[in-house]
Design a binder for this molecule. Structure first.
Ligand code: GZL
Length: 359
């Protein structure tokens, strides 16, 4: 073979080799955010589009996925932080499609607006699992399973606990403000609906105001500060997560009032959701927060069993629920009933606090 031809074949071979390297480099570069595996992966590759890092619950939820989908367990997990913007989450899903991941996990910031991008994932043959909040779609084929909490039940449990507490303390009536999560999130929709349902069926509880605070401490402090100037007769602050409760307590104390259960003597009772960190449970132990409807962030194991079933072509649970307790300051109310189901309360002690993560 002529010398020139050998050289041109070698040049083509080198160019092909470089193209291959740049593709894998592109993949690492496209992955951009955290990928939990080194080098070329023979692993099951998962793209996880997370809402953001707006709360301690969210961080615990992300950690649950990282603890579950490890390289040792045969997975490569790519986590994309949506910073609470749907546009970022849609972009992340498109990256995952481009990277040809094996599965997509989506924790949707809001319920609507997912059909187009999930059709793209479906066309690419990538199964999608929804976690935490729900999506609102006519096309049930756009996702194979959902793992999360029953948020309306959480709200009804917290609302019923308030109702029982008022009766036990012989408090004839209480005015309640609802410090809501980001509007349109399933957790906000459900927790608001649960409280509303209890208020509509019990004359001792009046919902005097509802305002969104996006599940964040800073926004909740601003919202509660405004409500305290608007209303002089707030008895209970119903906070749709613990980070909001921290901000609400700051606002109550800045206004020279006390966060506590002694409503009859002017204290403002704080009720909250999540219960994932030590600070929140210490506030329950001190009485600054009277009750937390726990929301379990540990979705990883249930999502993993769903993916393992899919890999083995086995039947998949379409909806899997994680359970949560009612964490309380004292046993004024030892149990509540919702739809005929009894839920006992758990008085927070050092053991529960030790078991939680630090902020
Ligand atoms: C609940 C989750 C909520 C948490 C908040 O499952 O969607 O979002 O309660 C978080 O802390 O921001």
């Amino acid at each position: 073979m002529k010398k020139g031809r050998i050289i041109s074949i070698m040049i083509v071979a080198i160019l092909l080799l470089l193209a291959g390297c740049s593709r894998s480099a592109d993949r690492e570069m496209i992955a951009g955010s955290e990928s939990q595996s080194e080098g070329v992966s023979q692993k099951t590759v998962i793209g996880f589009s997370q809402v953001g890092a707006e709360s301690d619950w969210r961080s615990a939820n992300t950690q649950s996925m990282k603890d579950t989908f490890t390289s040792e367990n045969g997975y490569e997990l790519i986590v994309e932080d949506g910073q609470q913007k749907q546009s970022n989450q849609i972009m992340a899903i498109r990256k995952f499609i481009q990277q040809e991941v094996d599965y997509i996990i989506l924790a949707p910031v809001v319920e609507t607006g997912w059909d187009t991008v999930l059709h793209e994932a479906k066309s690419a043959g990538i199964p999608v699992i929804i976690v935490d909040r729900m999506i609102d779609t006519e096309d049930q084929s756009l996702y194979v399973a959902w793992v999360g909490s029953d948020f309306e039940l959480e709200g009804r449990k917290a609302g019923e606990w308030i109702n029982q507490f008022l009766q036990e303390k012989n408090i004839a009536h209480a005015n309640i403000v609802d410090i809501q999560g980001n509007l349109g999130a399933t957790a906000q929709i459900g927790r608001t609906a649960g409280l509303t349902q209890v208020c509509e069926t019990n004359e001792n509880m009046t919902l005097i105001a509802s305002e969104a605070a996006d599940f964040t401490q800073a926004r909740a402090r601003e919202v509660m500060t405004g409500l305290l100037t608007q209303y002089s007769d707030i008895n209970i602050a119903y906070c749709e997560n613990d980070n909001e409760a921290f901000g609400v307590i700051e606002a109550i104390e800045a206004a020279g009032k006390t966060a506590g259960g002694d409503i009859a003597n002017g204290e403002i009772m704080v009720v909250s959701f999540d219960g994932v960190n030590k600070e929140a449970l210490k506030d329950v132990q001190s009485g600054k927060i009277a009750c937390i409807a726990e929301c379990n962030p540990n979705h990883g194991p249930l999502v993993k069993s769903t993916i393992e079933a899919l890999k083995a072509d086995e039947a998949v649970e379409r909806f899997s629920y994680v359970e949560g307790a009612l964490l309380v300051h004292d046993n004024t109310v030892s149990s509540i009933s919702v739809d005929g189901v009894e839920y006992t309360t758990t008085v927070v002690d050092e053991a529960q606090i030790e078991g939680k993560q630090s902020n």
